[in-house]
Design a protein around this ligand. Structure first.
Ligand code: GLN
Length: 483
């Protein structure tokens, strides 16, 4: 029996009934990882699975996540474990401390198991820029799992993890969750502590759960959310029990479909599966669905690709071959050491972002690019404020289609950037957004993701609506997430 096929909640039930032990669960997980995830010819959701050591902390058996193994993206610090952000420049760097989310999981009795693959420094949408080689999509190994949290999503879909943590700066939890047919939540900015998450773009980054179903997502977020004095941007707002509203009727909910998001979908099948059918399902559940407008949507990708690289260029300055990780040998001066280490330590996409960001922050260009982008960012945020005066939540596709083939977009960065067109605005506005399986497409029945976007700190409403949709459609069972 592979216990990684269980959901968090099903496994918790088995523990309650004494039907399995922690040892059995971890052994079965190790066997599943070993047989399905040996190297990059397989799914390769994990980085160095052979070195994965379960991490526990003593906790009461009644603790919320007692004995539940959770896989963690390679940009979240676990004390005394190597952390690399899938970059050569951090090879050999050992985390001196736990991220707050890790401490919270350990206190709740969870077991931290394994580090999942990602795009280098979370720059990407396909998991192809990892220095360890790509992760594949378990639904079709010719396809990418999405990115940057590709390993976290693939492990959950492939049943080599019960659940995992990812991070999302412009879609990196939701888009891979959509491509792999699982559930991914990007919480409100400030809802989850970023302490111990290696920063990509500090004003956009959030950690969140990737799970087999909506209930698991709610259970996991209830544990990792909350104020943290170690992160000055974390919000001091009480955390509700996100599972409390699951199963409650969504009758009377007002749902908005932003017209700017769906106008351009001219493939009739995608239109049907990502817009028309979900609309009908929500209406049949008693919600009303109307069209709303987010007029500044067309600037979102441009604004993001100024703001995110600017912050990234500043955050990545510290990786210079001196203090962290990798150092290139044979340098003759300090400058030479920086150049050589950074020159060989960073991959092409990381260099592209550092150069872009340094340019837009440099004097003379700052006003024209960064400052301008920040002003438009405010407009994008105001679009959401206006829309939420009329509706409770928004319904959109998570991505323009299903998973694409490995190599299909990796030569064209602009095309790659466009795959996040529906997810980026939620990060710019700081609002919560959740991706759930919304339909299946093609002969291989590849999953399509549906995104629900909510008011700030109103994750509970998103879960309530997502759960109702999940129960009505059953895609999570058709995809084999829940057996
Ligand atoms: N794909 C987007 C990017 O490359 C988002 C990545 C993320 O959310 N970390 O920047």
């Amino acid at each position: 029996m592979n216990f990684a096929e269980k959901t968090i909640n099903a496994l918790a039930d088995l523990y309650q009934k004494n039907s399995c032990t922690q040892k059995e669960v971890l052994e079965s997980l190790a066997t599943a990882v070993k047989s399905k995830d040996r190297d990059s010819r397989q799914i390769h959701a994990y980085i160095a699975p052979e070195t994965a050591q379960p991490r526990h902390r003593k906790a009461d058996k009644s603790s919320k996540l007692w004995g539940i193994p959770i896989a963690v993206k390679d940009n979240i610090c676990v004390e005394r474990e190597e952390i690399t952000c899938a970059s050569k420049i951090l090879k050999g760097f050992i985390s001196p401390y736990n991220a707050t989310v890790i401490d919270k999981l350990l206190d709740a009795g969870a077991v931290i198991y394994g580090r999942t693959n990602m795009d280098e420094f979370a720059f990407g949408s396909s998991c192809e820029t990892s220095t360890y080689g790509p992760t594949r999509n378990p639904r079709d190994p010719e396809c990418v799992p999405g990115g940057s949290s590709g390993g976290s999503a693939a492990s959950v879909a492939d049943h080599t993890a019960v659940a995992s943590l990812g991070s999302d700066t412009g879609g990196s939890i939701r888009q891979p969750a959509a491509f792999c047919g699982v559930v991914g939540m990007k919480p409100t900015y400030g809802r989850v502590s970023r302490y111990g998450l290696i920063a990509f773009a500090s004003s956009l980054d959030q950690i969140g759960p990737i799970t087999k179903d909506v209930r698991d997502s709610a259970s996991l977020l209830s544990v990792i959310a909350g104020y943290d004095p170690k992160d000055s941007t974390s919000a001091d707002i009480p955390v509700p029990d996100y599972t409390a509203l699951l199963g409650k009727s969504i009758k009377g909910f007002k749902i908005g479909i932003p017209k700017e998001y769906v106008e351009g979908i001219d493939n009739p099948e995608l239109r049907k599966k990502l817009v028309e059918e979900p609309k009908k399902i929500f209406e049949s559940l008693g919600a009303s669905v109307e069209t709303v407008s987010l007029p500044h949507t067309r600037y979102a990708v441009s604004v993001y690709y100024i703001v995110a690289p600017s912050e990234a260029s500043s955050n990545l300055e510290r990786f210079d071959g001196v203090r962290f990780g990798y150092r290139e040998a044979g340098a003759s001066t300090l400058l030479d050491l920086y150049e050589k280490s950074r020159g060989t330590g960073f991959g092409a996409e990381a260099k592209r972002r550092i150069i872009l960001g340094t340019y837009s922050l440099s004097s003379g260009y700052y006003d024209a690019y960064y400052l301008k982008a920040m002003k438009v960012r405010t407009k994008i945020k105001q679009d959401f404020d206006q829309a939420f005066k009329k509706v409770d939540l928004l319904l959109t596709p998570t991505a323009p289609g299903g998973a694409f083939k490995l190599g299909e977009k990796s030569k064209n960065p602009l095309e790659m950037y466009l795959s996040d067109i529906y997810t980026i605005s939620a990060n710019l506005a700081g609002v919560p957004a959740l991706s759930i399986p919304g339909g299946l497409i093609g002969e291989k029945k590849m999953p399509l993701g549906l995104q629900l976007v909510g008011k700030p700190f109103d994750e509970a409403t998103l879960y309530q609506a997502a759960y109702a949709f999940e129960q009505a459609t059953d895609f999570h069972r058709q995809l084999g997430n829940v057996k």
